[in-house]
Each structure stands twice: as structure tokens, then as C-alpha cells.
Write a protein that binds this ligand. Structure first.
Ligand code: ZN
Length: 191
């Protein structure tokens, strides 16, 4: 977790991973819709998701997808998902109508060949990753967007960001993802 007082907490009970939102709904951050930056989190949270998935996978996949959900990416953007697990790509495909490619590595020759056929530059318009921040910045088209999770990632240098004019987007609230998908049970089906 990034913050000492986490507004998003995960507990495992009887083999089920449960995510709780502790945001107060009333502080300045909450009123701006940035629930993950809540400054007055409740001691007791509200359950927002549950699934038979590792806690770290749930946190990273759900918050990276939430970042993409609130990013304003165009509906036909070519998106590359960089992740070691299939969960994140499944979530992105539920909220994005354009092409979604997935790989564990941006150097994957199959993905590179597919991108050559989809975009003039051979690079994706947006990259969503749950861990590989630096590889994502290097892979995305110049001026593109990278969506990151509410967790530590392999971070790009400032120079890399400036040179490539990449915009980094983080999650504001998991609710953004739930709203885009329609209902939490549809997300839970992928966990
Ligand atoms: Zn708050």
C-alpha cells in the first residue's frame, strides 16, 4: 500500500479474498471522487469485492483497471496489458471496446507483430500494467497513456516520462471500475 492509512484494505477469510473500502465520503478528496486519497478513512470499511484470488493480484488488477476506467481513453484506443496474471486483461476487456492485447512482456514478438498491424507506429495508444511501470512507459506510443495500480511498481525515470511525453494515470476509486462494468458481480466473475 502506498499510504500508511490505507483507504483500501484486503483480508483473506476462509480462502476468499475480500476488499474493503474505508473512504469516508465526506472529506475534500472523497468529494472530488478520489476515494483512494481519503484523509479521514473509517476504521470499519464496506466490502466492495470478493473473489478466490491472491490478495496482491486482486489489489493490483482491480486498481490498475480502475485507473484505466477513469482515464478517459478513447473507446477505440489500442491497449496493451502488461501483467503476469490474466485477471487484469479480463477486466480491461469488460470495459474497453477497442483492441486489447495482453502479454507478460512488451518484448513479446507475437504482441509486437499484432501491434504493427493495428497502429501506424507499432506501439499501443495506452498500456495498463499492474507492476511493470517502466516497461509500460517504454512500450506506449509517444504522447500515450499508462495506467498504474494503487501499489508499488517498477517506476520509470522522470527523463523517460518527459522524453516520451507519457501521461501516468492512477486509480481514483474502485467504484469507477464497478460503474463502468455495471455491477460488482461481473468483476468478481473474473477474480
Ligand atoms: Zn474521505
Amino acid at each position: 500500500m502506498k499510504d500508511e492509512i490505507a483507504t483500501l484494505q484486503i483480508r483473506v477469510e476462509f480462502g476468499i479474498t475480500r476488499m474493503f473500502d474505508h473512504a469516508c465520503g465526506n472529506c475534500e478528496a472523497c468529494l472530488r471522487g478520489v476515494l483512494l486519497s481519503c484523509t479521514e478513512p473509517w476504521a470499519v470499511g464496506v466490502e466492495i469485492l470478493r473473489g478466490a484470488v491472491e490478495p496482491d493480484v486482486m489489489l493490483r488488477a482491480v486498481t490498475a483497471a480502475a485507473a484505466f476506467a477513469s482515464s478517459g481513453a478513447s473507446t477505440d484506443a489500442v491497449v496493451l496489458v502488461l501483467s503476469d496474471t490474466p485477471t487484469l486483461a479480463k477486466l480491461i476487456r469488460t470495459i474497453h471496446t477497442g483492441p486489447v492485447l495482453e502479454s507478460t512482456s512488451s518484448a513479446d514478438p507475437d504482441v509486437r507483430a499484432a501491434l504493427q498491424g493495428l497502429t501506424p507506429t507499432g506501439r499501443p495508444d495506452a498500456v495498463v500494467t499492474d507492476r511493470q511501470g517502466r516497461a509500460a512507459v517504454k512500450a506506449v506510443v509517444r504522447g500515450g497513456m499508462v495506467a498504474l495500480p494503487f501499489a508499488e511498481v517498477d517506476a520509470p525515470s522522470v527523463t523517460e516520462l518527459v522524453q516520451r511525453e507519457v501521461t501516468l494515470v492512477g486509480p481514483k476509486a474502485v467504484q469507477d471500475l464497478v460503474n463502468r462494468v455495471g455491477h460488482r458481480t461481473e468483476i468478481e466473475a473474473f477474480l
